[in-house]
Design a protein around this ligand. Structure first.
Ligand code: BGC
Length: 327
């Protein structure tokens, strides 16, 4: 009888040990699965997942931002995802920001298009422990970690000086801005007005928005020229505006018009070489994308960041356009 009990106890012990070992093995496996789901690699280092939210996906300017960001992400071992409205649309951009917060990504890079609309959402992200870097356009009153991009007021002033130099300080000016909701565009317009306003021979006759669309820039410029035939200088403050103005001028046979633009798209640089566009203020979107990712990498490493990282602009005209690489 005793032997039977002993044998039964031994079998029971065996079963218990088997179950315990199995449990320990599976829970170990489970925790590595959980770690993996949380973004840990096999070697124990975390692989961060970040999102960059653009004003318009597949826009040549934003494609350069993407390229810079993608290359930096590769270099620093970060997973990056790109999002943006198909056509410029602030509500869609805000929705994408909401979605990134809900997805609990490790960090967000976003164009702080409009301070009033974006600040509450940026603060919501930060409140949930998601650091935010603003790019291209800042939301300085938000709790963003840092801003990377052009100093847009200063760039507007550079544009103003270029207009003054090119025209000799006199002219009736028509301005096309990218968007009347975008802080960066309004800041550039401000800078431009500050400089031009110091010359009694210069006057800004009309300001319209292209909605950062080349087609709309053509239409708006044509309408402006019809309404204000006295305009002899046209100035654009976003990437494709000068090209739109050039096309409108050609179709209305206004060859004498002085056109000055922004950014360094290939077609803009070609038109500067041929003399059809007189000059441009070139930003550095590739550098902006790369720097934003690098800053987040530094932040993940525990480094302290500065609030602003201004990328420089280059004023280009026929004399130095050869030096510039195009978008
Ligand atoms: C601006 C961007 C804009 C882009 C496209 C650039 O000049 O900095 O904010 O999205 O033009 O028009």
């Amino acid at each position: 009888m005793d032997k039977k009990w002993l044998a039964a106890a031994a079998v029971l012990m065996g079963i218990l040990i088997y179950l315990f070992v199995g449990f320990a093995y599976h829970s170990g496996k489970m925790s590595s699965i959980v770690k993996e789901l949380q973004g840990h690699q096999g070697n124990g280092t975390k692989r961060y997942h970040i999102v960059l939210i653009e004003q318009e996906r597949y826009h040549p300017y934003w494609e350069m931002v993407e390229k810079g960001a993608e290359e930096a992400a590769e270099e620093y071992g970060i997973d990056i995802e790109f999002a943006g409205a198909v056509r410029n649309n602030m509500d869609e951009q805000l929705n994408l920001l909401e979605k990134a917060i809900a997805a609990r990504v490790d960090a967000i890079i976003v164009q702080g298009l409009n301070e009033e609309k974006f600040t509450p959402l940026i603060n919501k992200a930060v409140g949930r422990g998601i650091p935010v870097v603003t790019i291209d356009t800042d939301a300085p009153n938000s709790q963003r970690l840092a801003y990377v991009g052009t100093d847009n007021v200063a760039a507007g002033e550079s544009l103003g000086h270029l207009v003054v130099e090119t025209t000799g300080g006199s002219g009736k000016i028509g301005v096309i801005i990218g968007s009347d909701l975008a802080a960066s565009q309004l800041q550039r317009l401000d800078g431009l007005m500050q400089v031009v306003g110091q010359y009694s021979g210069m006057e800004i006759v009309a300001v319209r928005s292209s909605n950062i669309s080349h087609m709309e820039a053509i239409q708006q410029a044509a309408q402006m020229l019809r309404e204000h035939p006295e305009i002899n200088v046209m100035v654009g403050t976003s990437a494709t505006d000068a090209l739109g103005m050039l096309q409108a001028a050609k179709s209305l046979r206004r060859d004498e018009l002085t056109i000055i633009g922004f950014d360094n798209q290939k077609e803009t640089l070609n038109a500067i070489r041929s003399g059809e566009i007189k000059g441009t203020v070139a930003q550095q979107p590739y550098l902006m994308g790369g720097t934003a990712v690098k800053l987040l990498y530094d932040h993940f490493q525990g480094k302290q960041l500065l609030p602003e990282y201004y990328t420089e602009v280059k004023v280009l005209d026929r004399s130095n356009v050869q030096e510039e690489e195009s978008l």
